[in-house]
Ligand binder design. Sequence first.
Ligand code: AVJ
Length: 347
Amino acid sequence: MGHGFGQVVTGTLAPSGRAAGVSDLDVEVLLTEADRVALLRAEARRGLTATPKQLPPKWFYDERGSALFEAITRQPEYYPTRREREILQARAGDIARTTRAATLVELGSGTSEKTRLLLDALRDAGTLRRFMPFDVCLPAVADAATGLRRDYPGLTIKAVVGDFNEHVRFLPRGPDGGPLLVAFLGSTIGNFDEDERSHFFAALRLVLRPGDWFLLGADLVKAKRRLDAAYNDAAGVTIQFNKNVLRVLNRDLRATFDEDLFDHVAAYDPARELVDIRLRARAAHEVKVRGLGLTVHFAAGEEMCTEISTKFTRAGLERPLRAAGFKRAQFWADRARDFSLSLWRAA
Ligand code: AVJ
């Protein structure tokens, strides 16, 4: 991508901070609200004028989108969250004893619910001093930080607002020493294509120092019928989540998308080992994106890609990590071998 954002604003959010209840929160803003809208504009313009049309998945996650994703994780068909929690429950103690991390960074932290398993284990090991939730959405990091501050009184919390695709390289390291553990959970890595994945691992590796750690949650290749079910839940929550990106464009770019003119389409492609998630136009129509001065034509049946969710084999996952200079310490799966958690050392 390579947009020139990244004006760094450090400090304590005043009570006028735009998320409620975040006064006194130590926040480093790598992506300001103005940057966020500029990035959305650039990415929406590029994606809506491309053939085929596409939109990056990060724009699902306004407050409503984040809540819809949380609801997805509770659907019976959506196994990844439960499987990853199972592994974390079994291994958090190992992770804490192996890494002896002083700082835990969580990329794409969302509600940080599973992170508590790591925080508890690191606290019990007696090494943890600092937690840094890192997310594109200020309200999401602020909520996470506020809840954790109550429950972990001895912990220093520094929230970071950024786009981890762009901003991992600006991750504030601090002078305080002690190993850093960067956690990237939930198989968010599956949203990246091959190039983005290699670029991300390389950028992350440059931030880490020898003795630092990377913990990666990644979903594994499995039967198509289970993957198709996981991304087409019977309650229809995934439909709403997918269409939420249209609401975000309507609100932030003054667009005129009509959700009812699109169908949710999600299917596992075994050849590419990914779930391809799209919105398909039910009828030919035009959408105005006033914020971009753009009119976008959709043909009947035209599909716009809104997300890929890559599924991994162990070898396919490990190759680009090794290429980026990581050394594997552990590779764990749940009992059903549905999901993986792997621990990597910067070397
Ligand atoms: C948050 C990217 C891991 O790919 O499974 C869930 C998002 N999309 N259902 C995934 C998602 C549709 C999720 N990630």
